[in-house]
Unconditional design. Structure first.
Length: 103
């Protein structure tokens, strides 16, 4: 296992940020709704667990939202929890917490 994390790619046709690793693939699916990046579902297979890849995926989404003036709507429980625990990162973008809770 390498200490260096594989890079996150924005697969726009699939509406997801993904990490491709020799041991598997991790991703966070999203929807674009006008200027809103809705984080729908995060999946990290067991063989990739414990490497912080889910965090890397959420961070990539925040970076993308910040660069493009998007509001994040964290519907995915994992993404929502990560953003709550990392308020410093969440503060870099507008987060619609209420809409995420309603979805």
């Amino acid at each position: 296992m390498s200490d260096q994390h594989p890079s996150v790619v924005n697969e726009t046709a699939e509406h997801r940020f993904a990490i491709h690793d020799p041991d598997g693939e991790a991703f966070i699916e999203y929807r674009l709704n006008n200027k809103r990046l809705v984080l729908v579902h995060t999946e990290v297979p067991p063989e990739l667990g414990g490497r912080g890849l889910a965090a890397d995926l959420v961070l990539a989404a925040v970076d993308h939202a910040e660069a493009n003036g998007l509001t994040i709507v964290p519907v995915c429980p994992m993404a929502r929890g990560w953003l709550v625990r990392h308020a410093d990162v969440a503060a870099r973008v507008t987060v619609d917490w209420a809409q995420a809770a309603d979805d």
